[in-house]
Design a binder for this molecule. Sequence first.
Ligand code: KG4
Length: 340
Amino acid sequence: MDTIILGIESSCDDTSAAVIKNGVLLSSVIASQAVHESYGGVVPELASRAHQQNIVPVVHEALKRAGVAKEELSAIAFTRGPGLMGSLLVGVSFAKGMARSLGIPMVDVNHLQGHVLAHFIKESADDNDKPEYPFLCLLVSGGNSQIIRVNAYNDMQVLGQTIDDAAGEAIDKCSKVMGLGYPGGPIIDRLARQGNPNAYTFSKPHIPGFDYSFSGLKTSFLYSLREWVKEDPDFVEHHKEDLAASLEKTIVDILMDKLRKVVKETGITQVAVAGGVSANNGLRNAYREHAQKYGWKIYIPKFGYTTDNAAMIAITGYYKFLDKDFCSIDKPAYSRVTIK
Ligand code: KG4
């Protein structure tokens, strides 16, 4: 019998639904929320309202594109956390209601586990380019910067993580103070392509072990910028490409320095990257350079699976479904937790 999973993701500002049949992706629909742009960041209340408007049409569209009737579904997988509570509640409540009305199991998914397992999304039956266990995964998003040892789909160990800001958060905040817009990641990425990465030097953290820190870099960036703007009010306009390239290089160096350390210590040379910041070209290039120089086998997700999406939730749900790891209706959404 076919196993058909509907995945639902609503943890932040993207409403997404995807359908996976026997492990192969049939459809993936994402409605992003433009409403936050003018605020320079996600406004939680607006996000949950937009999810409420989007959820029905997005799920409908995902089923339609997949050519699957809701009665054919085996289970519904949904992001239970971590994320914004109001946003999560929309997806969680919808998924529970739909699963209950169809009389099928519900499968709860940890959003971060989903990001890591995005590497297992198959676009066709013969798409088998996936990491083998154990592998390392650098998970870098707006809310997380972690190095994870992945022993199995349901056995992940965080070896290091940020003690303050996440890498994406640092990029977004620096972009915001430069007045470049939100979200900063894609803007910095684009500008950095035209700038000199060695034009400016920003401070790098000295944190022992495998942990990260990005708040010092953010502060150093802010102070330097303030001084430069005092001298030349149009400083950002004149130097935005070099600023973006230097900031990006600093962040990529910080991320890769720790990752090299972990690879050296664990001896694991299969190294994946996941999360919104993994869309960054500088980081992707650094991965390719490391693969060449150190013989790493690297796994870089397709652009569409870097930021929040329901395909990664559906594939995680698929594995949990095969293990009959279901969720009961009384399990609430949770806003905070990392992979344990
Ligand atoms: O994984 P994600 O979509 O959401 C979270 O769960 O946090 O990641 C969003 C983060 C934002 O900080 C955004 O600026 C960053 O990913 N991002 C990028 C790029 N595209 C998105 N950062 C650097 N370069 C990019 N091309």
